[in-house]
Design a protein around this ligand. Structure first.
Ligand code: GLU
Length: 460
């Protein structure tokens, strides 16, 4: 059996973190088994689906590098096929017309609730041997219902949650086509999973309730039943449902915020799945290791610090040219224009060990290309009258030396001993003047890259 998985988002919003993890797990499972990964856009909810949301999903998948072997398939383009299948079910007797009006159904629900019963369709239009159906009313377009088995249980061995068993008595006869003939959500999923030959349905556990209905319909169609793996939710760090409050939820927002896709992928891979204590691994490694046995059935908690830690790691590892380009783009967005990549590349090399995100990296190097805003507290603390003469003297020396980091360092040291200071006593005010704040990489490197004129202009 060739493994075939799918990611089937509804285009009603951006690709969010939970969806991206579902896509990643489905993708990795297919890769691991040398199978196929399919993208299917479930756009039948026309009121809520938008072309922008479709694009956001495609962009998100592309940014993460989650390539698909087939698709994207659009359910709206498969309507004829669903309708054919509905006809087939009507002919075979596994579906039937129901002429109940809305008023009738409302009345039914009300009386059931009054009796303390769970509201459900009572099967009045369900054909049974020897049963006389009501007369077909005029002027009512019927819906089509699936003839769900009355007894027994639907049982499946969920590959994440273990055995799940649902009594058929809990499931009423689902509407599979509306009065206007359009097929309903669960039915489209069933036809697609079957016709697309999906062997493993990996999806969020908000769909657990749909699974027994889908299995019953697949059985009625004599389709092979796929295996199911329902992934638990992702919660925010406070244990609440993940939302905007917890930071970015759209995958592309992570790009905007300065995260590298490989960091986000690595982070998502560990969100509910583990391989011993391994935290950092490539996607190739992930695809080799990935299995459904090591997915935790409990909810995973989102942890921004851990994502930042991974992002910092991948920034350090990133290719210099790529980092330079990324930093340049982000500087430009801040209104800082840099021409020439060579200088920026050296600046980035100096700072890349210190940044959690590309945005932090861009912000921390911006002072090379525009005058820094001097932090008042740092200035007050370090720019003391006591060091002013040494700094003035240093400025004089700097005018004449060969502009090399070692010689700059040497010049600072000379003034340090001439004025009998400790090295930081001079280095700290220099940092504040050069960068605006008291923390920086080695000050001689900073000054060297700023250039003599700029250094002298910043000495006050
Ligand atoms: N379209 C559904 C959603 O976005 C997923 C359906 C499925 O995976 O079966 O939640």
């Amino acid at each position: 059996m060739k493994v075939r998985t799918r990611f089937a988002p509804s285009p009603t919003g951006f690709l969010h973190i939970g969806g991206a993890r579902t896509a990643l797990f489905s993708w990795a499972f297919a890769k691991k088994h040398g199978g196929q990964f399919i993208l299917r856009i479930e756009d039948t909810d026309v009121a809520r689906s938008t072309p922008e949301a479709v694009q956001a999903i495609l962009d998100g998948m592309h940014w993460l590098g989650l390539d698909y072997d087939e698709g994207p398939f659009y359910q709206m383009q498969r309507m004829d096929r669903y309708k054919e299948m509905i006809q087939k079910m009507l002919q075979e007797g596994s579906a039937y017309y129901c002429y109940c009006s809305k008023e009738e159904l409302d009345m039914l629900r009300e009386s059931q609730m009054q009796q303390g019963l769970k509201p459900r369709y009572d099967g009045r239009w369900r054909p049974e041997e020897g049963k006389r159906l009501p007369d077909v009313p005029v002027g009512i377009s019927p819906v089509i219902r699936f003839k769900n088995p009355l007894d027994g249980h639907v049982v499946w061995n969920d590959l994440v949650k273990g055995e799940i068993s649902i009594a058929n008595q809990e499931l009423d006869d689902l509407i599979i086509a509306r009065a206007d003939g359009t097929p309903t959500y669960n039915f489209c999923v069933v036809v697609d999973d079957w016709e697309m030959g999906i062997t493993h349905v990996i999806r969020g556990d908000d769909h657990v309730n749909n699974t027994p209905r889908q299995i019953n319909m697949l059985q009625a169609l004599e389709a092979t039943i796929p295996q199911y793996a329902h992934l638990s939710m992702i919660l925010g760090s406070d244990g609440q449902k993940l939302s905007k409050r917890h930071g970015a939820v759209s995958v592309m927002q992570y790009d905007d915020d300065g995260y590298l896709p490989e960091a986000v992928l690595n982070y998502l891979a560990r969100l509910g799945w583990s391989h011993g204590d391994d935290e950092i691994f490539s996607m190739q490694q992930f695809c080799e290791w990935f299995d459904l046995d090591h997915i935790t059935p409990s909810a995973a908690q989102f942890n921004t610090e851990k994502l930042n830690w991974l992002n910092a790691y991948y920034i350090k590892q990133a290719d210099a040219e790529r980092l330079t380009t990324e930093t340049k783009t982000r500087l430009k967005a801040m209104g800082v224009v840099v021409d020439g990549d060579e200088h920026l590349s050296a600046v980035v090399a100096l700072y890349k060990e210190r940044a959690n995100t590309l945005n932090e990296l861009a912000e921390s190097v911006a002072y090379f290309y525009r005058k820094p805003v001097i932090d008042a507290t740092a200035a007050e603390k370090h720019l003391t009258p006591e060091v002013k003469p040494a700094i003035a003297q240093l400025a004089e020396v700097l005018k004449a030396i060969n502009w090399q980091p070692e010689l700059i360092h040497h010049a600072i040291n000379e003034e340090v001993s001439r004025y009998q200071l400790k090295f930081p006593k001079l280095a700290m005010p220099l940092r504040v003047m050069m960068t605006g704040i008291a923390q920086s990489p080695s000050i001689d490197q900073v000054m060297y890259l700023l250039g003599r004129d700029e250094v002298l202009s910043r000495i006050v």
